[in-house]
Design a protein around this ligand. Sequence first.
Ligand code: SAH
Length: 366
Amino acid sequence: MGSPGGGGNGDTRRDVAELSRAELETALADLGLPRFRATQIFRWIHRRGVSDFAGMTNLPAALRERLAGAFDIGTPRIVRKDVSSDGTTKLLLRLADGRDIESVYIPDTPNQTFCVSTQVGCAMACGFCLTGKMGLMRNLSAGEIAAQARLLAQETGLADAPFNIVLMGMGEPLHNYDATMKALRMLYDEEGLAVHPKRVTLSTVGVVPGLERLAGEPDMPNVAISLHATTDEARDALVPVNRRWKIRELLDMCRRLPLGKRRRITFEYVLLDGVNDTPPDARRLARLLDGLRAKVNLLPLNAAPGIPFARPSDARVDAFARILAESGVIVSVRKSRGRDIRAACGQLMVEGAGQKSAGQKAAARL
Ligand code: SAH
């Protein structure tokens, strides 16, 4: 059988970076190739970060040429790399359709962490988040999500070292469920980066049906919930998705997540000066989480132009944390990383040439 795309003809070639290893085996079997070739190629792409068949030096030259005629290896292009004074590194990646996304490497927290995007922009419109101001342009594909980890692993030299992945970049992962889960399965693959599910954290605003599906996944990642408020009234305003799924419903769903013995759900709580950072808020938060296997991660706001909130003083942050701790809640305060390169939480926003949405333009003007 000839190569399916006929070679040379750009639009019908299959992108093998979008395929799970099982799918790659099938695609290669269609060309009469044995299974071990899929293992080799998957390893080259995902573990070694090779983005063209010519670099796959353990394949016969004729085969490399044939594969190059049949397939693409979709790889976002690094158009910019910013390194913060604290070592945090932000990649600006250009996708095949010209859209841009950002991915971040956060060193020594104490782990090495890759922060990965799941959408171009985001539809959730949280009041304090710059990505939310962009609106949603499109979902990322599984290959585009997995590629971010692959590129970060190559850029940092960590492909064979342990690292964590947090789905805390641009986008709402549970709003792009299938591509996100497929990307995770590709990242878990032992012939790829072999990331253990325990090293992955999926952060969500609380899309309850998505959490319901997640609860049934065989390899569920850790879960972080962006809670940010302790009353429905306040959360409706800050995290608009709360109008659909209320705090009670969200926390009930959290109680149904199957957690291993040592696992906890992280509750992220952005602290906005005078808005949600009062002692009564802290006490309500402790009560809400009562009986849940929870830990709280406080995120003092990363202020930005266009965000109508202020970062509370360290004293207010400490007072909030202390009330939680005294109520028996495990609490940490997230140290903001990479703020000088706008790589910190909620600051990922792409100002790509000629492709700004109305929301982006508005945010850029402010
Ligand atoms: N959509 C998912 C993934 C994004 S994670 C989610 O919301 O969970 C990014 C985290 O940073 C979220 O908890 C988000 O609420 C938080 N965040 C957004 N803007 C922020 C800001 N300006 N300062 C601090 N944290 C922010």
